[in-house]
Design a protein around this ligand. Sequence first.
Ligand code: SF4
Length: 214
Amino acid sequence: MHDRLIDEFGRVIRPDDERRAPVWTLVQGVIGARAKTAVSNDNSDRLLAEYGTWEKVAEADLGALTRTLQTATFPAMAADRLKSCLQEIIRERGSATLDHLDKLDTAEAMAWLERLPGVARKISAGVINTSHFNRKALVLDTGHRRVVQRMGLVPAKADTARAFDALMPVLPREWSAEDIDEHHLLGKRLAQTICRPKQPDCASCPVRSDCEFV
Ligand code: SF4
């Protein structure tokens, strides 16, 4: 599947300098519900530029925070979730830091993150995989999850956590964190261009020979 996606879309390799601080990555996920990645990236950068620190963001007035996040898909919800999430980290760790996760194994670190308000498996995997932690964890957004559900790689009604649990053990053992990220980005591209929610273009799909849907 991976090779055929590369044949179709080319390599999608993140540059080294795109790895971000773990808290930035967490924020990007928490405010990013149903928003384009570029919009959430801009909003995360704007928050830090405007408030200076994540601790200041946690203390910010909710209305002001909502205005700063006005390009998010759900600005008020994003602001509320972000404040709650950052406040919980500060309450537990004394400041807005996730450095302690480096001492935990990947499953423990993800479980710690998923106790935070607004954080489920997609975001915890994103923090662990795409930030400086750079660990092996497959991010599954809605589109990529739809692909693996249609293909029959995970149960049709599997939520993200269940799909993650089904797929992680069958990823090639030799894959690095970057390889796993590339696989997600390719799966996401397939979902956006061919395996769309309505009327998937199965005739043009590079993985149709392995897909239960067809
Ligand atoms: S064959 Fe169709 S349903 Fe299956 S992954 Fe491709 S586009 Fe999606």
